[in-house]
Design a protein around this ligand. Structure first.
Ligand SMILES: Nc1ncnc2c1ncn2[C@@H]1O[C@H](COP(=O)(O)OP(=O)(O)OP(=O)(O)O)[C@@H](O)[C@H]1O
Ligand SMILES: [Mg+2]
Length: 280
């Protein structure tokens, strides 16, 4: 392994941004809502959906950094453990063990699809202090990406010396990765067609083809999401849209991910940043 990357380690720091821009193509977030049974709050992985999404990424022939959400393996675990009178470090370890179960399955399925996945938990990329990523390091992730691996980051709990812990959502990692790598496109894959003007379970809800920081949207409060549900995701997607194209699409419908990767318009929502009447 060391031989394979020996030359990279010498010059990567000074050249990393330039090289990342040349090779990097896409950022894809596979939401916990689509790869697990999140609505039912069950520790169940939607393996068939995950397999299809992995093959759609493979079939596109494009290179991507993939982030996946935690679903109940994170959100439910956090809710259960925070009620327990346990020391913080034990809680962190137990929650990390839970999210790793999901991550290991994602890696197996990605490996079967010949995507050469390699796992990067957020605590291997960021050091948090008072809820902020004060140190960020993408050197190793970038090395593996350049050598043909698919880096897989995921939502997880991290140690934070000031706040004891920080829950780093997959969406937060998407923001940091987009800020650093400036991909062409960031694609959020969820269990809904995109962003609706109100709770999508309301029969009057309308899908919004485009939304910006000026859009007025009503979000349903997620019972089983400790990182702000769709409202939190919307705020993060708006921040990401300053760096690249941002789309949210439904991963339960066949080929929507494949088409979006290939730049084709499917039913979904584009998120963009509007600056005092001037659009991106
Ligand atoms: N206005 C809205 N438009 C679209 N979806 C909404 C809206 N309000 C609430 N939602 C809900 O947001 C959910 C998706 O967000 P959620 O954070 O649960 O998913 P995720 O990010 O895929 O999961 P994870 O955080 O585990 O990765 C959908 O299931 C949908 O019901
Ligand atoms: Mg979420």
């Amino acid at each position: 392994m060391q031989d394979l990357f020996a030359h990279d380690f010498k010059d990567i720091s000074k050249n990393i941004k330039k090289r990342a821009l040349i090779t990097f193509v896409l950022l894809i977030k596979l939401g916990g809502s689509v790869i697990t049974r999140k609505k039912e709050n069950e520790y169940v992985i939607e393996r068939d959906i995950l397999k299809r999404l992995a093959y759609e990424i493979k079939e596109s022939g494009k290179r991507a950094i993939v982030v996946h959400g935690a679903g109940p393996f994170g959100h439910r675990k956090v809710t259960e453990l925070l009620l327990k009178n346990q020391n913080e470090k034990n809680k962190i370890v137990e929650i990390q063990q839970s999210t790793r179960i999901l991550n290991t399955e994602v890696l197996k399925i990605f490996n079967d699809a010949e995507l050469n996945p390699i796992s990067f938990p957020p605590y291997s990329l960021f050091k948090f202090s008072s809820g902020k990523p004060v140190t960020k390091n993408f050197d190793f992730l970038n090395c593996y990406f350049k050598e043909g691996f698919t880096p897989v980051v995921y939502g997880d709990i991290c140690f934070d010396p000031e706040n004891e812990y920080h829950i780093c959502s997959g969406d937060e990692s998407m923001f940091e990765l987009a800020k650093f790598f400036r991909p062409k496109r960031a694609i959020f894959v969820a269990d809904v067609d995109g962003i609706f003007d109100r709770n999508p379970e309301n029969e009057k809800a309308k899908l919004l083809n485009q939304v910006s920081n000026d859009s007025k949207i009503s979000f349903r409060n997620e019972r089983v999401d400790v990182t702000g549900g769709m409202e939190g995701k919307f705020k993060t997607m708006i921040k990401i849209s300053k760096f690249c194209e941002v789309w949210i699409i439904n991963g339960k419908v066949k080929h929507r991910l494949l088409k979006t990767i290939n730049g084709k318009r499917v039913r979904g929502t584009e998120i963009f940043y509007e600056e005092k009447g001037r659009t991106r």
